[in-house]
Write a protein that binds this ligand. Structure first.
Ligand code: GDP
Ligand code: MN
Length: 376
């Protein structure tokens, strides 16, 4: 889960990390009022749940009230990577001498949280990572020891030589690590962290992502969720006992079990097709669940074929087949459906399915190939 810059900075601020004074605004009038309150210059910044706003023209410095209004009019309603800007952040404009990058994330190689830091922060950080990866320093953090004062100072000395800055930076790193743990974050990033003309470190931008599987115990964070259309569908599916992830292919998949669902997508890919989604309907044979799952699949207009892949273990195939027949008879579906049924009572199940006149497939590979051929 992602949150906006202003929300990340509110969290930073609660841990007494220095951030700019700022106001969230939904209209040009509000931007003007905020500008008067903060004093010129201000920076007007698009609040969208994607990166690279600066490069897309979503961050503008305004030295006059008119310029602030102009910036608001330009940025509000703007499309950035498919996200429409509905709110902007008006932040106190800051003069700074240099921009740094600091980020905490989980590193699977070292099985720990790592802190990444660079003297070359700012909007070009992706290029730095690509062209000059050595400019990004990486420090694994031992999960048992955490961000010790020693480690925090070691990282700080890698970036600064001035003692006052080392002290500020070390303090900041410890706070950031605490935020990371306290909020079950998967990413905490400040880019840029600036060194102001007054010699202070200040977080000019903030970004946080969270582990979705921890949201049940992060009520405050969860309350900040602003789901996209796809995410609304995913949440809706979860409430119906389904696990749905939308992808961009054309074969709608309905599978019992997460492992089999992954294998189904792999197989479709292997034979040259593309899955439209991951969908695990679990072990039940309840027709309502099949109807819900079908509706979910068909709400995606890219779906040209539905591939149903059921392996009966404890679930019995004849039960599932009865559920499928009941569900599919109730619905008007005008695209082809391929069903592969195997496992406990599959013979009986296939007998029941006969009345649907579906294409005959014997194996999972057959089913995938059949679905792909029906796509074109
Ligand atoms: P991003 O492009 O989404 O990462 O947006 P940022 O909030 O990081 O802003 C992009 C860039 O705009 C920063 O790297 C800064 O160089 C610049 N910027 C942002 N705020 C200020 C400010 O208050 N004063 C000045 N002079 N530049 C700013
Ligand atoms: Mn940034």
């Amino acid at each position: 889960m992602k949150i906006h810059e202003y929300q990340s900075k509110e969290i930073f601020s609660r841990y007494s990390i220095p951030v700019t004074r700022e106001v969230v605004c939904y209209s040009a009038d509000e931007v003007c009022a905020a500008t008067k309150k903060l004093g010129l210059p201000v920076v007007v910044k698009a609040q969208v749940l994607t990166g690279g706003r600066g490069k897309a023209g979503g961050v503008k410095l305004a030295r006059t009230l008119d310029a602030a209004r102009e910036a608001a009019n330009q940025i509000l309603g703007m499309d950035i990577k498919g996200y429409t800007v509905e709110k902007v952040l008006v932040a106190q404009g800051v003069k700074f001498n240099s921009e740094f990058y600091v980020g905490l994330t989980i590193d699977r190689n070292t099985k720990s949280v790592i802190l990444m830091a660079s003297r070359e922060g700012g909007v070009e950080i992706e290029e730095v990572a690509k062209d000059n990866p050595d400019a990004i320093l990486k420090f694994p953090i031992d999960p048992d020891l955490g961000m010790t004062p020693f480690l925090a100072r070691k990282i700080a000395f890698a970036l600064f030589s001035d003692f006052s800055l080392v002290k500020q930076a070390a303090d900041l790193f410890q706070k950031l690590y605490k935020i990371f743990l306290d909020t079950d974050a998967s990413l905490v990033e400040i880019n840029p962290l600036v060194l102001t003309e007054e010699g202070k470190l200040l977080a000019l931008d903030g970004k946080m992502n969270f582990d979705d599987n921890a949201l049940f115990r992060q009520k405050e964070i969860n309350a900040l969720l602003e789901p996209t259309e796809d995410e609304i569908k995913e949440i809706d599916a979860k409430e119906k006992g389904l696990t749905y992830i939308r992808l961009d292919g054309s074969i709608g998949c309905m599978v019992n079990g997460a492992g089999l669902a992954m294998a189904t997508m792999d197989l479709i890919k292997l034979f040259g097709g593309s899955p439209a989604n991951f969908l695990d309907i679990g072990g039940s044979s309840n027709p309502q669940k099949v109807i819900d799952a079908m509706n979910l699949l068909l709400s995606d207009k890219n779906v040209k074929v539905v591939m149903i892949n059921i392996f009966g273990g404890i679930t019995r195939c004849d039960d599932v087949a009865r559920g499928l027949v009941t569900a599919l008879k109730q619905m008007k579906i005008d695209i082809p459906i391929v069903v592969r049924l195997a496992g406990t009572n599959s013979k009986e199940g296939l007998e029941i399915l006969k009345e649907l006149n579906l294409p005959e497939v014997n194996t999972m590979s057959d089913a995938a190939k059949m679905a792909i051929s029906l796509c074109s």
